[in-house]
Design a protein around this ligand. Structure first.
Ligand SMILES: *Cc1c(COP(=O)(O)O)cnc(C)c1O
Length: 459
């Protein structure tokens, strides 16, 4: 089988001709020949390793990537019509326009990242962000790293290596992408002490473990699942009492980490970062690109002495954030400082969208598409926040149900994913293609109309 397939791999010259065909002569012959050699080699090794069954299919994949790369990039904007606000596969939180500008400016020029303007001396790259986090959360200091997974690993390896760390069985979770709390603890050199049961853990369980020698209590946001029914877990205040009476550290991985009260938007109250700090957590960690609404980052906030220890660990250098991410996090935090987060940050604009307003937009869009062959009507739906935030919490949504006579929903979905110049990612429910309006910001409505119209070839 494999031998057969190896014989089906086209010659370098055949591949080169195909490359010429799709690049319309924009690549030199030498360049096309070199690409053909690399592609042929890669197809061969995929067949040999068993990661691909068909040489033709594999070659087509490479040619498609080349076609896309010549046309633009996989990282160009798409419209999120899934209704999932923080969609990991679609790059999580889009940032505010001001944040995007600050990131682009920082990226394309030199910035005084580690120099104090007044003295010309070396200064800390975290000063501004640390100050913002202090103002917004009450934490004494903060540090920004690459993402929250890095924040958790760095925090545990700096503060808990060689120690016993107490985790409730209900919180020894897998976040996704292979990030499992027991594995992270092991990687950090700490020893996991699991307590309680899946559904019930008491403050007394933590106390018993701390009395037996555990030095760190780790509370983990359950993130992407919820257990309900006969469930108990102690509050952070209770854990703080146990931690201070047993002289242990209290670390909380908040996951999303919100600064705003989600209950103001018709969903359950998600514990805020400032509440965790007020309740006595020594260190909290959270993501930059979930409910914070900024670029990818992990933020570690807490007691100054502890944050300093974490910042000084060798691993901190390995997971440090770049200047663009720091600029983006600072601008994002400034939106909260200026109290315009709900108006400016896309994540909160989406969460704050009221169904009647979504319905109005749906009707306006439908009216504009009226005379076209695309059939569009509005349907009531259920939206989720996603990104491991607020599991099980839903909001009412409004979607456009789109159809074209004779075209199946999955084919239509594919046409939208391949639409130019902007692709649309919708979702399919009961054989209908839905484009959820909650996650399409109103400024994209014109483009949405344009793309819908382009779905039906004009004769
Ligand atoms: C999302 C999440 C993480 C990982 O954060 P990233 O920013 O994706 O690295 C860790 N812990 C919890 C509880 C999470 O929800």
């Amino acid at each position: 089988m494999m031998r057969d397939e190896l014989r089906h791999i086209p010659s370098v010259n055949e591949i080169r001709d195909k490359i010429h065909g799709l690049s319309h002569g924009s690549l030199s012959s030498t360049h096309a020949l070199n690409l053909a050699k690399v592609i042929q080699k890669s197809v061969r090794s995929s067949i040999i390793s068993g990661s691909a069954d068909s040489a033709a299919y594999e070659l087509e994949w490479h040619l498609n990537v080349l076609r896309e790369q010549l046309a633009g990039s996989r990282y160009s904007p798409v419209i999120n019509g899934t209704g999932v606000v923080v969609h990991t596969n679609l790059g999580r939180a889009p940032v505010s326009p001001e944040t995007a500008r600050s990131m682009a400016h920082a990226a394309e020029s030199a910035v005084a990242l580690e120099i104090e303007a007044t003295t010309g001396q070396r200064g800390g790259r975290m000063r501004e962000i640390s100050w913002l986090v202090q103002q917004l959360t009450g934490a004494e200091a903060a540090l920004v790293v690459n993402n929250n997974a890095a924040a958790v690993l760095l925090t545990l390896s700096s503060l808990a290596a060689g120690e016993q760390v107490v985790v409730s069985r209900a919180e020894a979770v897998e976040i996704g992408g292979g990030f499992r709390i027991p594995d992270v603890l092991q990687q950090s050199g700490a020893e996991l002490v699991e307590i309680g049961t899946t559904n019930r853990t008491y403050a007394a369980d933590y106390r018993t473990a701390a009395d037996a020698g555990a030095k760190v209590i780790l509370k983990v946001h359950s993130s992407n699942f919820a257990i309900s029914g006969f469930v108990t877990s102690p509050s952070l205040q209770e854990l703080h009492t146990v931690a201070s009476e047993t002289d242990s550290l209290l670390i909380e991985d908040l996951g999303s980490g919100t600064l705003l009260d989600t209950a103001a938007f018709g969903i359950e109250h998600e514990p805020t970062i400032q509440e965790s700090i007020a309740a006595g957590a020594d260190v909290v960690t959270f993501s930059g690109d979930k409910l914070l609404g900024g670029p990818q980052a992990g933020i570690i906030a807490g007691k100054a002495e502890l944050v300093e220890r974490i910042a000084g660990a060798p691993l901190a250098r390995a997971v440090r954030a770049d200047k663009a991410a720091l600029a983006g996090i600072a601008t994002t935090l400034r939106h909260y400082l200026k109290s315009d987060a709900v108006d400016q940050l896309p994540v909160w604009r989406m969460i704050a969208s009221e169904p009647p307003r979504l319905q109005e937009r749906a009707e306006a869009l439908i009216a504009r598409l009226d005379e076209d062959d695309v059939q569009v009507r509005s349907v009531s739906t259920t939206n989720f926040i996603g990104g491991g935030s607020l599991p099980g919490q839903a909001q009412h949504g409004v979607a456009l149900a789109v159809s074209i006579p004779g075209v199946a929903a999955d084919e239509l979905a594919q046409r939208l994913r391949l639409a130019k110049p902007v692709a649309v990612y919708g979702r399919i429910e009961q054989d209908q293609l839905l484009v959820e309006l909650r996650t399409v910001l109103p400024e994209y409505d014109d483009r949405l109309v344009e793309i819908m119209r382009s779905l039906v070839p004009r004769t």
